[in-house]
Design a protein around this ligand. Structure first.
Ligand code: NAD
Length: 373
C-alpha cells in the first residue's frame, strides 16, 4: 500500500524529473515540437495583470520548471512595472489587440489567462490559434458550451489546455483523496462544501454579469462543486438548488448572491453545498464515509490548509499553492506527466456542466439531471 510519504515524494519528485518526451501525448509534441525549450523550463506569458496574476507571478519566483517570459495587458504602466520586476524584454510584451502575434515568438510556450471570467473563452481561442499552450483560470468559461469550444480549439491546435485548479496539487487535499481512494474512509456517503466571502466594492467586475458570467457561483461556489467531485470521487448526476438574494441592488439580475445546492452521485452519495458573496468564514469541506471522515477548514484558501480525519490531524506542510501548481503544470506540458486529480479542459468543463444544471434547477424549481454530453 502506498504510504503518505511515498505519495508526497512521488508528487514532488516528478515535478523536477528529467523530461521524457516519448511519454507525451503524440499529437501535442508533433505539432509543438519547436516550442519545447532546451532548458526544460516552461516559458509562460501572463495575460491580465491584476491581483491574482500578481500572486501567481510572485509564487513563480520559486518555481523550478516554469518562468515568466512575457506579458499581455491593456495597461502600459503595468507592462513597464512587470518588465522591471521579471526582466521581460519589450519584444515579449503584448496588448489585447496584438497578442495573436505571439505565434511568432519562440520565447513563449504557454499563456496563462488571468482575466475576468467571460473573457477566458475568446482569449483561449486566440491563444490556441497562435499555437501556444493555454493555462486558464477558473471558471474556464461562463457555460459548458464555451468550455467545450475551448477544448475543441486546443485539440485542433495540438496544444494543452489546463485549468488553474491549484487545490489539485495541495498536500492535504491529495492525502485525503489518497485515503478515500484506498478505502480508509470506507464507502463515501456524504460531502459538505461551504464556499463564500462577503464581497466589497459594488462596481467591481465580479458583480458585472457581462464580465463575471454570474455571481458567487462562478467565482467561489465552483470550489464546492469541484471539491465535491474530487472528495467524493464520482461525477454528480443530479442537482437541486435554491437561490436567496437579500440585496438586489448590489446583486443585480443574473448575479447570484447566495445559492444552496444538493448533488446526487451514482453510488447514492449526496452532497450539500453553499455558495455565497454575503457571508464570511465559509471555507470548509467535510467528507463522511462508513469507516471514517475527513474535514478541512480552511479547505481552499491560499493556505495553510488545516485538515483532520478520524485518525487525527493532518496539517501537512504548507507550500505556496501556485508554485507547486506551475511546476506540476510544466511537468505535464513538457514531460507528459499526469495529474493525480486532473486539471485538463474536461475537468473544467464538468464544473461548467454542473453550474449550468444548478442555474437550470433554480430557474425551474425542479431537480435537474446533470448530463455530460
Ligand atoms: P482582477 O480584477 O484583480 O484582475 C483582472 C485583470 O484583468 C486586471 O488586470 C484587468 O485590467 C484585466 N482586464 C482585462 N480586460 C478587462 C476587462 N474588459 N474588464 C476588466 N478587467 C479586464 O481579478 P483577479 O482576482 O485577478 O481575477 C482574474 C481571474 O482569476 C478570474 O477568472 C478569477 O476567477 C481568477 N482567480 C482565481 C483564483 C484562484 O485561486 N485560482 C484567485 C483569484 C482569482
Amino acid at each position: 500500500m502506498q504510504t503518505r510519504r511515498d505519495f508526497l515524494q512521488k508528487l514532488t519528485a516528478t515535478a523536477f524529473s528529467i523530461p521524457m518526451l516519448s511519454s507525451a501525448a503524440p499529437g501535442v509534441f508533433a505539432q509543438t515540437k519547436g516550442l519545447i525549450p532546451n532548458d526544460k523550463m516552461l516559458r509562460v506569458a501572463i495575460m491580465g495583470l491584476g491581483s491574482y496574476a500578481n500572486r501567481v507571478a510572485d509564487a513563480m519566483k520559486d518555481c523550478k520548471r516554469a518562468k515568466i517570459t512575457g506579458v499581455i495587458s491593456g495597461t502600459p504602466s503595468k507592462i513597464t512595472d512587470w518588465q522591471a520586476r521579471f526582466n521581460i524584454p519589450a519584444k515579449n510584451c503584448y496588448n489585447y489587440e496584438n497578442f495573436d502575434a505571439i505565434k511568432d515568438n519562440p520565447d513563449i510556450d504557454a499563456v496563462y489567462i488571468i482575466t475576468p471570467n467571460a473573457l477566458h473563452h475568446p482569449q483561449a481561442l486566440r491563444v490556441a490559434a497562435a499555437g501556444k499552450h493555454v493555462i486558464c483560470e477558473k471558471p474556464m468559461s461562463i457555460n459548458a458550451q464555451e468550455g467545450r469550444e475551448m477544448i475543441e480549439a486546443c485539440k485542433k491546435a495540438g496544444v494543452h489546455l489546463l485549468i488553474g485548479y491549484r487545490m489539485h496539487f495541495e498536500a492535504n487535499t491529495l492525502e485525503i483523496v489518497r485515503m478515500r481512494r484506498e478505502g480508509e474512509l470506507g464507502t463515501i456517503r456524504f460531502f459538505q462544501g461551504l464556499s463564500g466571502f462577503k464581497i466589497g466594492d459594488p462596481t467591481q467586475w465580479r458583480l458585472n454579469r457581462e464580465l463575471a458570467g454570474g455571481g458567487a457561483m462562478m467565482d467561489i461556489g465552483i470550489y464546492a462543486i469541484n471539491g465535491a467531485r474530487y472528495m467524493v470521487g464520482e461525477e454528480p448526476i443530479w442537482v437541486t438548488a435554491q437561490e436567496v438574494k437579500t440585496d438586489p441592488v448590489k446583486f443585480r439580475e443574473g448575479v447570484d448572491e447566495t445559492i444552496t445546492f444538493q448533488l446526487g452521485f451514482p453510488s447514492g452519495a449526496i452532497a450539500s453545498c453553499l455558495s455565497t458573496y454575503n457571508m464570511n468564514y465559509l471555507d470548509k469541506f467535510y467528507l463522511n464515509g462508513d469507516k471514517g471522515f475527513a474535514e478541512m477548514q480552511p479547505s481552499t484558501g491560499y493556505g495553510p490548509i488545516r485538515s483532520w480525519t478520524h485518525k487525527g490531524r493532518l496539517d501537512l506542510p504548507h507550500v505556496t499553492h501556485q508554485t507547486t501548481q506551475m511546476d506540476e503544470m510544466a511537468a505535464m506540458i513538457l514531460d507528459g506527466k499526469k495529474a493525480i486529480i486532473p486539471v485538463d479542459g474536461e475537468e473544467g468543463w464538468k464544473d461548467m456542466v454542473i453550474i449550468d444544471a444548478i442555474f437550470e434547477s433554480i430557474r425551474t424549481g425542479q431537480k435537474a439531471e446533470i448530463k455530460y454530453v
